[in-house]
Design a protein around this ligand. Structure first.
Ligand SMILES: [Zn+2]
Length: 609
């Protein structure tokens, strides 16, 4: 088939774009997202499962707490609270952790350990892909579903003081706010005073449901003088007194209220030994998370044991604490100790809502979701839960009911853990297969372009693209067969989701046909170039020019022996021109040899350094 140079180039560019797109799709795995983009509240909550008789609990459970206060201290590392610094500088917090009515966790933040993505993770429960990080450099308003969005929709009044990133993320969500800028890193006093100065007044008022404070001072001290600076201790003491003030105010208010309050102390990320953050070292990733409420049982002994959880678990927990639907894209699981004191039926209801939400997300993002162990566990727990409800509706108190209840509970907790893990790993993995398919297509087009350069330089610039030569068809079918086999093997054994496997057979087949056609065309063009008559003379000349340039480059810049090996190959094989097919094989072999030789030499050089 004869193609004009323009058409040929256009085809090449189109295929190249396709190849790059497939590669990028594998390199940047799509973040786990719910496809339900409908407005909040459009979807009714999942009803309580029931075997046979229908259950009457179809609404969302009511809130567990009347007011929620979140104290976020920027760059609060776990050992600042749970370690020796905490004991020394945060006596009140340490008392609450050890003997108070509280639950302590070490919440793991996923990299990048930078403020904005961490605020998002805390409030949406979702993990951003790296594409999100680039897309959100300007921190525009958060469009995803979040606890803040759900709270606003439910008519909750939210007040915010602190880092203005929140105000940018949630521009219309706070009934009152005062944003402080993190621009002046040298200031670590005023930036926090601007938050604390509102406290006295706001804690006396009763016209809010959620109060969020984001203190930046500690992070600024870290950036200026590192985690071992004496300033850190002073700042921690200041934060401890802030926490005490809020806690005592909340306790005194509680007498007038039907429900207890919840106080959350957390960090967004930690800081490294040099005081910076952003990467994935333990010091940057581990943050403390303390939930304090008179609803929790007081500790009996001197317990300093913090369970490891994920930062993304906070969103689901807050949603349940406030009686809101769990944010749609959340991959986190409910921190169970929060609901532990509730009656069995309510505990199971909360766990069921969370597993339903996670399994929905799994179904929408993982093609082979039915094989996921978490999904199987979820189905089993739901069945058992149905049986439990039936038994519960028949007889309210019995030994059997209690035993079955705790069994269902354990099942649910296992399912939650597995589902949450499957969804989190989904975001963190490269999709190697898609990347490879993309690379193959890109390389094929590049090779074809390179081979066509001599002809494309010709004045008439018309290219013979051998799409229908007889030798072509056998190779074509052979390649298609091999590619299909690889596709079936990869896609049936892949544990995580793969974009290319997720494509319909028609689309995947199309890409495979394209790859095979390209390969055959390359082989065909290559044979034409090397075993040809007059027009090929020019091709040989150009190729020869390219080769001598490469040889020169190799000789000058990196590996002399590789260059001379290439030269020997050229003279012995193609340069001698007879017999050409033999020359082709020889030059391939010599090329490979040169490559290996070159790298061996380079490696030896490196070793000697
Ligand atoms: Zn931060």
């Amino acid at each position: 088939m004869r193609l004009g140079a323009g058409t040929f180039a256009a085809c090449c560019v189109a295929i190249e774009v396709l190849g790059i797109a497939v590669f990028l799709r594998g390199f940047f795995p799509a973040p786990v997202r719910s496809s339900a983009r409908t407005e909040h509240g459009a979807e009714p909550p999942a009803p309580e499962p029931s075997a046979g008789a229908s259950s009457n609990w179809t609404t969302l459970p009511p809130p567990l707490f009347s007011k929620v206060v979140i104290v976020l201290i920027d760059a609060l590392r776990d050992d600042f609270v749970f370690g020796s610094k905490g004991v020394k500088f945060m006596p009140y917090t340490t008392y609450l952790v050890e003997k108070g009515a509280s639950h302590s966790f070490v919440a793991e933040a996923k990299p990048p350990t930078v403020t904005m993505p961490r605020i998002k993770a805390l409030m949406t429960g979702s993990l951003p892909g790296f594409v999100d990080v680039i897309r959100n450099l300007n921190s525009p308003a958060l469009l995803e579903d979040s606890v803040i969005r759900q709270a606003k929709a439910a008519g909750k009044r939210i007040i915010f003081y602190g880092d203005e990133t929140w105000v940018k993320l949630f521009p219309k969500h706070f009934v009152e706010y005062d944003g402080t800028t993190s621009f002046f890193v040298s200031d670590y006093t005023e930036v926090d005073n601007n938050v604390t100065r509102h406290l006295d007044k706001v804690l006396k008022r009763g016209d809010w449901d959620m109060l969020i404070l984001h203190y930046l001072g500690l992070d600024h001290i870290g950036h200026i003088s590192g985690p071992n600076s004496p300033l850190i201790g002073r700042k921690l003491s200041e934060m401890d007194s802030v926490l005490m003030k809020i806690h005592t105010a909340l306790l005194s208010k509680e007498r007038e209220m039907a429900l207890p309050n919840l106080l959350v102390l957390c960090g967004d990320h930690g800081m490294s030994e040099t005081g910076s953050h952003g990467a994935s070292s333990m010091e940057e990733v581990n943050t403390p998370l303390i939930l304090i409420s008179s609803a929790f049982q007081r500790k009996l002994g001197d317990i300093r044991h913090a369970t490891r959880v994920q930062q993304t678990d906070v969103a689901a927990t807050l949603a349940i604490a406030l009686g809101l639907p769990i944010p749609k894209d959340s991959v986190g699981s409910l921190l169970f100790p929060v609901v532990e004191g509730k009656p069995m039926r309510e505990q199971l209801r909360f766990l069921h809502l969370n597993t339903v939400q996670l399994s929905k997300l799994l179904q929408e993002n993982v093609p082979s979701y039915e094989k996921d162990p978490g999904f199987e566990q979820f189905k089993m727990s739901e069945r058992l839960h149905g049986n439990w409800i039936r038994l519960y509706l028949e007889e309210k108190h019995s030994e059997v009911l209690l035993n079955l209840g705790s069994k269902v509970l354990r099942q649910y907790l296992d399912a939650l853990k597995t589902l949450s893990l499957s969804l989190s790993t989904q975001v963190a993995q490269y999709d190697m297969y898609s990347m490879m398919v993309g690379t193959v297509v890109v390389l094929e087009v590049l090779t074809l372009l390179l081979l066509s350069i001599p002809q494309a330089l010709h004045r008439k610039a018309e290219l013979e693209v051998p799409l229908s030569s007889p030798g072509f068809s056998l190779l074509f079918y052979l390649v298609i067969l091999v590619l299909s086999a690889i596709h079936v093997i990869v896609c049936t054994s892949a544990e995580s989701s793969c974009y290319f496997c997720g494509l319909s057979w028609l689309a995947a087949g199309g890409v495979m046909v394209l790859a095979s056609v390209l390969l055959c065309v390359i082989v065909s063009v290559l044979t034409n170039v090397l075993v040809g008559g007059r027009p090929q003379r020019k091709a040989v000349l150009v190729t020869s020019g390219c080769l001598s340039f490469t040889r020169h480059w190799l000789n000058t810049w990196c590996v002399p022996s590789a260059g001379s090996a290439l030269e020997r190959g050229w003279q012995g094989g193609l340069g001698a021109a007879y017999p050409r097919p033999l020359g082709v094989i020889q030059i391939c072999a010599i090329g490979a040899d040169a490559f290996i030789l070159g790298w061996k030499e380079r490696f030896l050089q490196l070793l000697q350094r």
